[in-house]
Ligand binder design. Structure first.
Ligand SMILES: [Zn+2]
Length: 92
């Protein structure tokens, strides 16, 4: 396991979020893809925030209220991407 790779993934996640906030959807998506690729290559999990705020189907970085909807219900949080894909997580 490489700490360097984990740092790189964190950094790509930060860049993706910053790009998404500026409305740079495609740039954000390419950072998400790069982060995923590094994680796969090094068999690392994505950091929780990046995992939750990126779409599994279209690799968009999700900004609730802009390109994603967030609902909490029955102890779960559901994040729905503009592409229609949604993910559910237990809520604490
Ligand atoms: Zn999507």
């Amino acid at each position: 396991m490489s700490t360097l790779a984990a740092d790189r993934i964190d950094r790509l996640g930060d860049l993706a979020r910053a790009a998404a906030r500026e409305g740079e959807t495609e740039r954000a998506r390419s950072y998400v893809r790069r982060a995923r690729r590094v994680a796969e290559r090094h068999r690392l999990d994505l950091p929780t925030r990046l995992k939750r705020f990126s779409c599994d189907d279209c690799d968009r970085y999700l900004i609730p209220g802009r390109n994603a909807r967030v609902r909490t219900r029955n102890g779960h949080i559901t994040i729905t991407c503009d592409c229609g894909s949604h993910a559910r997580y237990p809520y604490r």
